[in-house]
Ligand binder design. Structure first.
Ligand code: ZN
Length: 286
């Protein structure tokens, strides 16, 4: 069932009509490096192109769904974009704010929007921790199923930046709770996320894959075009509320914060908010 053509993910078909894409860097808590970003994108494209697939599940190898973007230097993260670019922004190798904004446009903003708009239903299956960039993957999905021990956190304000690049917090949590989530950088339980409407269902950890698959199979019995158009209609309703403009605005402020930190500290994030493992290594993300 597993496909070996991807370096960082598994592509599974656990039941007819269902694709299950599994982030598979458990040794790095499924941190999303550049390879994983483009592996995920290729897997999404594959699932969308396969007419037999009706619903796409996005999961992470145990024990955690995702620890966010991989901030550690090294490998292709440092070399800029060496995958075929999806966007048209260009300038990935430029210095200063130019290159950073170009890279974050490509690998964070535009690619997340692309996944959010995939023309098939997507379900995030979340256990353990879901941090920062992990939220972006979860929020790009149509439904979120979380285990009872799952937790959620965006600590990016602590790192001197105004939240992750896909700034959907006010829609996911409501404006007032979004502010608390961001200001405090606290870790919130799946029960709290469910109460606020961010999570569809909370289930026991042992039941998570089976529950998610059963939900996917129920959805997969519906006509494909009705599912596609229903997703489009709900997404357009959110768009009509101004979400795209709000996300673009927050992204510009996010880039301003990176530029500010670069001027103040010589790195894109405030080193006061970094873990000891990353501190002093001039991280590229945040
Ligand atoms: Zn950033």
């Amino acid at each position: 069932m597993a496909d070996q053509t991807y370096e960082t993910i598994l592509y599974q078909t656990p039941a007819p009509g269902i694709a299950r894409i599994v982030m598979n860097r458990p040794e790095a808590r499924n941190a999303q490096n550049l390879t994983m970003t483009y592996d995920l994108n290729a897997a999404f494209d594959r699932a969308v192109a396969d007419e037999a697939i009706k619903v796409i599940i996005v999961a992470g190898s145990d024990p955690h769904f995702s620890s966010g973007h991989d901030l550690r230097p090294g490998g292709r993260n440092q070399a800029g974009i060496d995958f075929p670019a999806l966007g048209t922004w260009g300038g990935f190798e430029e210095g200063g704010a130019h290159g950073r904004m170009a890279r974050e446009q490509e690998i964070y903003l535009q690619i997340t929007r692309r996944w959010r708009n995939l023309a098939k239903p997507t379900i995030a299956e979340i256990q353990g921790r879901c941090i920062a960039g992990g939220l972006m993957i979860a929020w790009a999905c149509d439904l979120i199923i979380a285990s009872d021990d799952a937790s959620f956190c965006d600590p990016v304000v602590t790192m001197g930046v105004c939240g992750v690049e896909w700034f959907a917090h006010p829609w996911e949590l409501g404006a007032r709770k979004a502010k608390e989530f961001l200001f405090t950088a606290d870790t919130w339980s799946s029960q709290e996320a469910h109460r606020l409407g961010m999570v569809n269902h909370v289930v026991p950890r042992a039941d998570l894959p089976a529950f998610t698959l059963a939900l996917a199979q129920k959805i997969a019995t519906k006509p494909a075009f009705a599912l596609k158009t229903t997703k489009e209609a709900v997404n357009r309703a959110t768009d009509a509320q101004g979400q795209p403009e709000a996300i673009e605005h927050a992204f510009a402020l996010h880039q301003l914060c990176h530029a500010h930190n670069q001027m103040m500290f010589g790195m894109a994030v405030d080193p006061g908010g970094l873990s000891p493992a990353v501190k002093g290594k001039a991280p590229t993300g945040g």
